[in-house]
Ligand binder design. Structure first.
Ligand code: ATR
Length: 276
């Protein structure tokens, strides 16, 4: 067989804002790997046609972002347990036997980020989760996998948090959005999975009076890196972990599968994403 340069990319609409090409491109150069990673804007109606054609063009895999993360599950031959549980995939592998493999590494990114950047012990006590959207599903699935004893969940739209409780089971209790501060009492892990606090969005308004300094607090928002939640929690004495690490770590399993090297997430990687 002739030598083909492996290619991967990110499928989305829009896709221009994605940091993935920058991140994977950096790792390819850093490890001297002959390969390419490109942004691919694809509309929903073209998704299947594009995915079916990609292996023939030399693609070994792809990341998937909004709005295709759910739809790709229906096209895949093999769906990992964690992708099925979350109901969405962010990482595709075009296997040499022609089968399409779909995985979700968002939860892995979330837990690796906390493990690498704090003394996080998932089993130490209850987790408090703000938000019940797509990111929240990945976070909740991995919290359960990590053995968190109890999950308290609060979301502006109550029906969405109730639906997650129904789906993920009795470890989850739902707290009214107006009382979100109450669920911080005794919580040892606190996660904002909403877009609140992001540049251009409203601030997350939550009463931190009950937040213990023993809690590890993280935010999936990474613009700004230091959200008001993280700043306020740090002032109380909590360990805080910014959201950029989740983005970086979720990319590790895909890069390794496609290009054969496990990439390292380190200060140079962060610096490249933040400053170039
Ligand atoms: P993602 O995949 O990033 O989680 P999403 O599924 O659109 O995106 O979910 C966004 C989350 O941010 C939801 O929890 C949403 O709350 P609702 O379910 O009530 O919409 C939350 N969110 C967004 N804007 C918000 C706001 N202004 N106030 C409170 N919550 C907000």
């Amino acid at each position: 067989m002739t030598h083909r340069i492996p290619m991967a990319g990110v499928l989305g609409a829009p896709v221009a804002h994605s940091q993935s090409p920058k991140l994977h491109g950096y790792w390819l150069r850093r490890y001297g790997i002959e390969g390419h990673y490109v942004p691919i804007h694809v509309e929903q109606s073209d998704l299947e046609e594009v995915i079916r054609a990609m292996p023939k063009m030399g693609f070994v895999g792809a990341n998937v972002t909004i709005p295709h993360k759910e739809a790709v599950l229906g096209l895949a031959d093999i769906v990992t347990d964690r992708a099925a549980l979350i109901g969405a995939a962010n990482t595709l592998i075009f296997r040499s036997d022609g089968k399409l493999h779909a995985d979700n590494t968002d939860g892995f990114g979330f837990t690796e980020n906390l493990r690498a950047n704090s003394d996080w012990d998932p089993k130490a006590g209850p987790a408090a989760v703000l938000g019940a959207g797509g990111a929240s599903r990945a976070v909740i699935a991995s919290l359960i996998e990590m053995g968190v004893p109890e999950i308290r969940l609060s979301n502006r739209t109550r029906t969405r948090s109730d639906a997650l409780r129904h789906e993920f089971g009795t470890k989850i209790s739902v707290v009214e959005w107006v009382n979100a501060g109450d669920m911080l009492d005794g919580a040892t892990t606190v996660i904002n999975t909403t877009a609140l606090g992001m540049v251009g969005q409203e601030e997350l308004k939550i009463n931190l009076d009950k937040l213990s300094p023993k809690a590890v607090v993280t935010d999936i928002v990474y613009t700004p890196l230091r959200t008001k939640l993280l700043e306020d929690a740090a002032a109380i004495g909590c360990q805080t972990v910014d959201g950029l690490g989740m983005l970086l770590y979720q990319a590790v399993p895909g890069f390794e599968r496609w290009f054969g090297t496990r990439p390292e997430v380190d200060a140079a990687t962060r610096d490249h994403i933040l400053n170039t």
